[in-house]
Design a protein. Structure first.
Length: 148
């Protein structure tokens, strides 16, 4: 059966809350249930630890992942309108928007969640962890995939 799920989607930037601003760090999500399950199986198999170990040894991956985090920071900020940007500054949340990268990560040299990295790779094409998972584990063969 063919599916029509997008592989990823973009998320809003600041969640509404009755009394305060609540930043939401994740910009991109995997939406295809087949792909979500496949990535979850890889996480359960312990792939994050092996990718973390590889990341430590690969300067090219470290530079590319840092660029992905920095792109995410800029993208998240650009999604806010001027009033939201002022509200963030007034609420003392600039450190979150200036320093936290993909999925709100503080550490740019670690693997957090494979779903996050794969979705980011599918959206931006610049995430060595997401790309490695996508290519090494044949996620391209997901029945819902019609591109990439």
């Amino acid at each position: 059966m063919a599916t029509n799920f997008p592989l990823q989607t973009q998320r809003g930037k600041v969640e509404p809350h009755p009394t305060k601003l609540v930043p939401f760090p994740t910009l991109h999500w995997l939406c295809c249930p087949t792909l979500v399950r496949a990535v979850a199986r890889l996480e359960s198999a312990g792939i994050i630890a092996s990718l973390d170990a590889e990341l430590i040894t690969r300067d090219d991956w470290q530079a590319s992942l840092r660029a992905a985090h920095e792109r995410c920071i800029a993208e998240r900020w650009a999604l806010l309108n001027e009033a939201q940007q002022r509200a963030v500054a007034d609420a003392g949340l600039m450190a979150f928007f200036d320093k936290r990268g993909l999925g709100g990560m503080r550490c740019y040299s670690a693997v957090k969640c494979l779903h996050l990295h794969v979705a980011d790779f599918l959206v931006a094409g610049i995430n060595p962890i997401g790309q490695a998972v996508w290519e090494r584990y044949d996620l391209r063969l997901c029945p819902a995939v019609s591109g990439r």
